[in-house]
Design a protein around this ligand. Structure first.
Ligand code: GLU
Length: 442
């Protein structure tokens, strides 16, 4: 089983103790309701393993993204799915947990092949998906174009329009304004509120950003506009460090990334190249950069026992799911580094997915302002509730967020099945259609 799954399961166990949940209930909470696997064939002898894992729909349909990455495996998808169930409960939106994945390097596929793969994923799991069953969304290396292909395939099989089947769609296919920046915007609202709570004095905090994809880039933009200084940024290949701490412009960083890659340690302000003030930063250097806020927006397992003692940030904003391991979390807490945990920090994405789903169901279109206002309200309520739990038990924010979430999930389970009857989730851990072959090649 994956390290991330074990970490999340043990966090569930720790938090369950505060709620005095029985052992058998805890076992149910960490067991998926369904594990779906398939082999997707896109022609030319190309096959890819695909997954969907569904966790606890007591609060509503399963919900969560689909990841395309060469390292995708069942353990990871299971971990991320459980995390989704908890995340949705933290921000109090009516969904359970879901996660999908394909073990593939999408950069090696042509556009046509990506489309075939995305449509094949929907065909393989169609029976288990739907607006009131399981609602997918984007995740690492999937985007609105992929959501549009998936929606088209779903509607083709269903024989009717069904925009609420998937979120993170393009605007002209029923997507929500603001969904593209929602994860980063939500993270910003959480950070803003946390800074107020700890009475953070520095008006121009310095920031190091690990990961320069959608979330990393957008949070850099938002932080830069709010007066924070981006002093380090890196993507998977490496990055650049601002030696003078004067602050880099995210737009220029993106231009540099697209032109030559950040890994060259070059940061050219438009026409003038002042690279002597900048330095190459590999991931190790970036994570260990002295700064006020370290933004983790890449992948899981980034702060571990290996580097936890070298982190020099005051606050860690964990936008990537599972970026801080269980052991590292303890070390950071001991060192009084405030970790804003994934299930709170990145919940803005799924929250706006919920708004998108609502708009589709009600046949409404909200303005971007309305979406962002509602997002701010949701995120502010969530961090305040989590903070209250943290204060009353004198625990870290992660444990507090899990306590809040588990309380809500268990309440919903009990509401479905009265307390005097044992709670028996359906299709417990059942494996459906193991390696179902999808050979349709359209
Ligand atoms: N993939 C995102 C997450 O991990 C968003 C999921 C969604 O919108 O359903 O939270």
């Amino acid at each position: 089983m994956s390290k991330m799954f074990n970490d999340i399961a043990s966090q569930v166990k720790i938090s369950a103790k505060y709620l005095k949940l029985s052992e058998s209930l805890v076992k149910k909470l960490i067991k998926p309701q369904q594990i779906l696997q398939a082999k997707l064939n896109i022609g030319a002898g190309k096959n890819f393993l695909a997954y969907r894992v569904q966790f606890n729909n007591a609060r509503g349909p399963f919900k969560g993204g689909i990841r395309y990455h060469p390292q995708v495996n069942l353990g990871e998808v299971k971990a991320l799915s459980l995390l989704m169930a908890i995340k949705c409960a933290v921000v109090d939106i009516p969904f359970g947990g879901g996660k999908g994945g394909v073990k593939v390097d999408p950069k090696k596929l042509s556009k046509k092949e990506l489309e075939k793969l995305s449509r094949a994923w929907v065909r393989a799991f169609f029976k288990y998906l739907g607006p009131d069953k399981d609602v997918p969304a984007p995740d690492v290396y999937t985007n609105e174009q992929i959501m549009a292909w998936m929606l088209a395939e779903y509607e083709k099989i269903a024989g009717k329009k069904s925009p609420a089947f998937i979120t993170g769609k393009p605007l002209n296919k029923g997507g929500s304004p603001g969904r593209d920046i929602a994860t980063a915007q939500g993270a910003f609202y959480i950070l803003e509120e946390a800074l107020k709570k700890i009475k953070f004095k520095n008006k121009k905090p310095t920031v190091a950003v690990q990961g320069f994809g959608n979330a990393g880039y957008n949070i850099s933009q938002i932080l830069n506009k709010a007066g924070f200084k981006i002093i380090a940024a890196a993507d998977s290949a490496g990055g650049v460090l601002d030696l003078k701490n004067s602050g880099m412009l995210p737009r220029d960083l993106m231009e540099t990334k697209l032109k030559n890659g950040l890994a060259r340690g070059c940061y050219c302000r438009r026409s003038v190249c002042d690279c002597e003030n900048f330095q190459k930063a590999d991931n190790k250097k970036l994570l260990e950069t002295p700064c006020d806020i370290l933004v983790l927006a890449a992948l899981e397992n980034q702060i571990t026992l290996r580097n936890a003692n070298n982190i020099k940030a005051k606050i860690v904003l964990e936008i990537a799911n599972g970026a801080v391991t269980k052991e590292a979390d303890k070390k950071l807490a001991k060192r009084k580094i405030l970790v804003l945990p994934d299930i709170l920090a990145n919940a803005g994405g799924v929250t706006v997915s919920y708004f998108e789903w609502l708009q589709n169901k009600k046949k409404e279109t909200w303005s971007k302002q309305k979406v962002l206002n509602q997002l701010k309200t949701k995120m502010t309520i969530a961090i305040n509730q989590v903070w209250q739990v943290k204060e009353s038990y004198k625990i870290n924010l992660r444990t507090a967020a899990y306590i809040l979430a588990l309380g809500r999930i268990v309440e919903a389970m009990h509401a479905k099945k009265p307390l005097d009857k044992p709670v028996r989730p359906r299709a417990h851990g059942r494996e459906v259609g193991a390696y179902r072959q999808d050979t349709t090649n359209k």
